[in-house]
Design a protein around this ligand. Structure first.
Ligand code: UT7
Length: 336
């Protein structure tokens, strides 16, 4: 075995941050043609946290990153990987700014863009940096100020999406120790890239010479199609990740899926045969926070005891791209 080959990425710390401003279903029904009953029965969401005016993705990321570093008792890492759908600016990446504000000096820092699957793509990237020997410690942050790209008048998305950030510190370790990341399964289908998109602001629209259509700077989603693909892809990716780890689905103690919609989560868990008491969920209180949803869920669950050291955890996500993923980990003892 070479120095790099076989090095596992081990979760050594975790943290999350939700902006203080709350939006309730009642706040939404006051300005949109919707109802508390529709939102709760179709999505499972009652409240969500949103950024205040002037707050950006990096502000969320810095706070979650600070908390994860504290949890890991680390003041320095070798790389910062930021998964986000909503960078502070189209250029440059947001990660170097976050690293600088965390006082991490001149470390490698870059963004990963895979919409709601970004945390799993970033986990694979961080694990790859460690396996290759490029880094011994990686701060991996997933942060979205998702509501900044949501059309406040679009009732089909405004009721679902929310803002937040979660982070983990990965360190080099052994595959058989608690916290070691199992094989990460990733996939994409760009044939269906228009099911979720922000049509304006990219090179395609800018080079066309056409002014963007009104509303094209906002996130658009073909909800019913996404729903169907989300259930299929998260189910199959989960099955693959569990098999790759040498587990069976009965071995899974905790299921931590991207908090897209409570009905999607229930459908995936049912197909996998994972009972309700093994499913972690906070969507009712925090909504769909995009890339942040899995690390926020893990962080909150570890803090409130619904996720405990030694439990076998299955993670899965799905989102625009289309892109999806799944991974396994035996939960470590962490300071939360
Ligand atoms: O995180 C990234 C991936 N995103 C997701 O996973 C989200 C996936 N999709 C969904 O969660 C669901 O498709 C939605 C929650 C977006 C919509 O739920 P649905 O049960 O699939 O509803 P639908 O899109 O089939 O729409 C049913 C009806 C429509 O009216 P018509 O055309 O039947 O007259 C919508 O206009 O519900 C209407 N509708 C609403 N009604 C009241 C859509 N949004 C709302 C709303 N309040 N907020």
């Amino acid at each position: 075995m070479t120095a790099a080959a076989g090095r596992a990425a081990v979760i050594a710390g975790i943290g999350s941050y939700l902006p203080p401003q709350l939006v309730t279903n009642e706040d939404l029904t006051a300005r949109l043609d919707t109802s508390d009953e529709w939102i709760r029965t179709r999505t499972g969401i009652s409240t969500r946290h949103v950024v205040s005016p002037g707050m950006a993705t990096s502000d969320l990321a810095v706070e979650a990153g600070r908390r994860a570093l504290k949890s890991a008792d680390e003041s320095q890492v070798d790389a910062v990987v930021l998964a986000t759908t909503t960078p502070d600016r189209p250029c440059p990446a947001t990660a170097p700014d976050v690293a600088a504000r965390l006082g991490l000096g001149g470390v490698a820092a870059f963004d990963v863009s895979a919409v709601c699957s970004g945390f799993l793509y970033a986990l694979a990237t961080g694990a790859g940096l460690i396996a290759a020997g490029t880094a011994d410690r990686v701060l991996l942050i997933a942060a979205d100020a998702f509501t900044t790209i949501i059309d406040p008048q679009d009732r089909s998305t405004a009721v679902i999406f929310a803002d937040g950030a979660g982070a983990v510190v990965l360190r080099a370790g052994n595959a058989d120790e608690p916290g070691a990341l199992g094989p990460v399964v990733l996939g994409s289908d760009g044939e269906l890239s228009d099911l979720i998109e922000v049509p304006a602001g990219g090179s395609r629209q800018r080079s066309s010479g056409r002014e963007p259509e009104p509303g094209d700077e906002y996130f658009k989603m073909r909800g019913r199609d996404i729903y169907r693909h989300a259930v299929e892809r998260m189910t199959s990716a989960s099955q693959q990740a569990v098999a790759a780890a040498g587990w069976t689905l009965e071995d899974v103690d905790r299921f931590a899926a991207h908090q897209a919609n409570a009905r999607i989560l229930a459908a995936v868990a049912e197909r996998l045969g994972i009972p309700a008491e093994r499913q972690l969920s906070n969507i009712e209180r925090v909504g769909n926070t995009g890339v942040a949803s899995i690390p926020v869920l893990l962080s909150e669950s570890a803090a409130d005891g619904s996720l405990a050291a030694g439990q076998r955890v299955l993670l899965t996500a799905f989102g625009g791209g289309l892109a999806w993923g799944a991974a396994t980990v035996v939960w470590p003892q962490l300071r939360t």
